[in-house]
Write a protein that binds this ligand. Structure first.
Ligand code: URA
Length: 240
């Protein structure tokens, strides 16, 4: 995941090859401007999407990218893999190699995956305190019961991590189809929760992460940009 900020001297060293002494000289002569303000310190933080200019010449700057992808089962939630197709392989976006995933989805699962180059946004969405809802449609082998609904709501002890899962919502949609809403993302969480009832998950499909939904007309393997409302409501940092 990319860093959120660089120091100004390191940034100018990476982009223009300037040594720190040259940066100091430019600063003293007020020749560096960051986001419209004259820069004044070598260690000044420079945001990953900042607009930096030296002597009025704008340096190339990264554009924030926020995508939603419809992952099909069988595709790996990773940027690169020697064997399996990854979600990055599915993208045609010119900045695809700079993107990272916002959380993961098991290889056997399908549905919504978010990709971005904005590390601050992805961290905020995944922060445990943010308790961002993730909503899944889950087909299980055997009948769903009220006992399962109660157990999901109460939380389950996972011995491996020695944690109690946070209250989860299980809505029964038909005999074997459920909508599950989680506010965390433990390893194979939903499969393990149904596993307690010896009720294997046959298919798992994510339809929402926070305010971002998977469009019904977005075909498997396809991606699109988040719209302005989703960006604003999910706290995309460059809008704030
Ligand atoms: N829970 C699972 O078991 N798998 C997923 O992909 C997501 C949640």
């Amino acid at each position: 995941m990319p860093g959120l900020t660089h120091r100004l001297d390191r940034y100018l060293n990476q982009t223009l090859g300037l040594p720190r002494s040259a940066v100091r000289a430019l600063l003293a002569q007020r020749r560096i401007v960051v986001d419209g303000q004259v820069a004044n310190a070598v260690n000044q933080p420079v945001d990953q999407f900042a607009r930096v200019a030296v002597d009025g010449e704008a340096l190339p700057c990264a554009t924030p990218v926020y995508l939603k992808l419809h992952k099909q089962a069988g595709v790996l939630s990773a940027t690169r893999d020697a064997v399996h197709t990854t979600v990055i392989d599915l993208l045609e976006h010119p900045a695809r190699d700079t993107l990272h995933l916002v959380g993961r989805l098991d290889r056997a699962s399908s549905g919504l995956v978010l990709l971005t180059n904005d590390g601050r946004w992805s961290r905020a969405l995944m922060a445990p305190d943010a308790a961002v809802e993730k909503v899944y449609e889950v087909r299980v082998r055997d009948w769903l019961t009220k006992e399962m609904v109660d157990a999901f709501a109460a939380g389950m002890h996972f011995a491996c991590e020695d944690i109690i899962t946070r209250p989860a919502r299980l809505d029964i949609l038909d005999d074997t189809l459920a909508r599950v809403t989680l506010v965390e993302g433990r390893y194979h969480q939903i499969k393990r929760m149904f596993g307690r009832f010896r009720n294997p998950v046959l298919a798992l499909h994510r339809v929402r992460i926070g305010v971002v939904t998977l469009p019904a007309d977005l075909a498997e393997g396809r991606s699109c940009a988040l719209d302005t409302e989703e960006l604003r409501d999910s706290g995309a940092f460059w809008l704030t």
